[in-house]
Design a protein around this ligand. Structure first.
Ligand code: URA
Length: 440
């Protein structure tokens, strides 16, 4: 078999055979296929597409290019959850403990912030002392003891994806449905769970800006999961507005604690309960209605919050900050953005809020940048709310005085106040399963 022929097949619009796909992934990963040939194939895939079978095989080969985590020593059905990323998306910190409180083990590997979107690992590390670099033996021990562990991606997970993503990034081939879906799902397949819940975000702060594109991505990923024998379901949830009020690492942990204590924002609570219920269904804990009840009970009875505390303690964190969130280190400056007029908050450009929080220090402009865990934004008003001239729209927390004007300007531009309230936007759009799309 020659890479040259594989490129020509795809260039001419043919479907690649499983052997051709496996040859490409093996050769690219071991270095025998050079970047220029891999780039040519990526562009041919970008232009000609891949059918669902090719996409599922590509994903499987990428997943098997490195370690496959074996979770079989942890009893029960293990369900993983993946979010396509957003701003203020602290759902993993809430859903994981809810699911664990319902006696379903959570053994989760999460990522760091990327661009304008935050990452669970950075958020967790705002709890002083908490370790996310944990080896497999300790990972399994924590899951067995606390019922839940959330750690950084360890080992050699899907190296083919890592190499291909770097190449896609510089060859204009990132934004292709099959390539995005296979990239995300290869890491999920390698992480070893029995079932997968996908939270596909849609709107101005999401990777996919339109509902149509979000549903198409969800369908592609659900299809890949099910073809690879993982029960996979996706929810399409709103990311046209930041989720909850807090953006930034420790600010988001505080909001997650409040939500687990039943005092969280309505939008965040609703999305988390629905995601948790769907995870519980995948873990075969009952019907969706029964699992919604279980999820609500886990918060109301305090067990979900206790699971967060148990996990943080097992991972070396100082849990006094969770029990009394006033103890979290605070940014030295908190500056308010005020409304310039009376009216209604019509829209928040979510991507711009994410960028503003990075400017304040909550994210990284370059890979090697240090994060300031206490930096970020608290949105005091959300779309649909009435505002009065001089009222606080948002609070900016930072240690970087010199960055404040830029962040303030970004946020001022991002928050639109107008004469009339906007049309209400749903939090949950659709549920995508192997059987089709159910509009919620
Ligand atoms: N996230 C991924 O992991 N891969 C993509 O291709 C896009 C987003």
């Amino acid at each position: 078999m020659r890479m040259y022929d594989i490129i020509r097949h795809k260039r001419d619009g043919m479907a690649l055979s499983p052997k051709e796909i496996a040859f490409f992934i093996r050769g690219f990963t071991d270095g025998s296929i050079p970047d220029y040939q891999a780039s040519a194939l990526l562009m041919a895939i970008f232009l000609r597409g891949m059918n669902p079978e090719e996409t599922a095989i590509l994903t499987d080969c990428m997943a098997k290019s490195g370690d496959i985590v074996d979770l079989s020593s942890i009893p029960g059905i293990k369900v993983d959850k993946h979010s396509t990323g957003g701003v203020g998306d602290k759902t993993s910190l809430i859903i994981g403990p809810i699911v664990a409180a319902c006696n379903v083990p959570v053994a989760k590997m999460s990522g760091r912030g990327l661009g304008h979107t935050g990452g669970t690992v950075d958020k967790l590390e705002s709890i002083p002392g908490l370790r996310t670099a944990v080896d497999r033996v300790e990972f399994f021990r924590i899951v067995k003891e606390a019922g839940i562990a959330i750690i950084g991606q360890s080992g050699n997970i899907a190296p083919a994806d890592k190499m291909l993503y770097a190449l896609r990034d510089v060859t204009g081939t990132v934004e292709h449905l099959s390539l995005i879906a296979s990239s995300i799902m290869s890491k999920k397949l390698a992480a070893g769970s029995d079932a997968i819940l996908l939270d596909v975000k849609t709107g101005s702060g999401a990777f996919m800006k339109t509902l149509e594109d979000s549903i198409a991505l969800a369908q592609a990923m659900v299809d890949i999961g099910n073809r690879n024998n993982r029960d996979t379901v996706a929810l399409i949830t709103d990311m046209d507005t930041p989720l909850g009020h807090a953006i930034g690492n420790s600010l988001e942990v505080i909001e997650a604690v409040e939500t687990l204590q039943g005092k969280g924002p309505v939008d965040l609570t609703a999305v988390c309960l629905e995601l948790a219920a769907n995870m519980l269904v995948l873990a075969q804990q009952g019907s969706l209605e029964e699992c919604r009840h279980l999820a609500r009970q886990a918060i109301a009875g305090g067990e979900a919050f206790q699971r967060l505390v148990a996990m943080a303690k097992a991972q070396g964190g100082d849990v006094s900050v969770l029990k009394d969130t006033e103890r979290f280190p605070k940014a030295p400056m908190a500056v308010c953005l005020k409304a310039g007029r009376d009216g209604y908050l019509r829209h928040i450009n979510t991507e711009a809020c994410g960028i503003a929080s990075v400017v304040l220090g909550a994210g990284r402009a370059r890979k090697e940048d240090e994060i300031d865990h206490s930096a970020g934004i608290i949105l005091r008003k959300k779309p649909g709310e009435q505002v009065w001239e001089g009222e606080i729209l948002a609070q900016l927390h930072t240690a970087r005085e010199e960055q404040l004007p830029e962040a303030m300007e970004l946020l001022r531009e991002a928050i639109e106040v107008g004469n009339a309230p906007p049309a209400p936007v749903p939090m949950l759009y659709a549920r995508v399963t192997a059987d089709g799309v159910e509009v919620l």
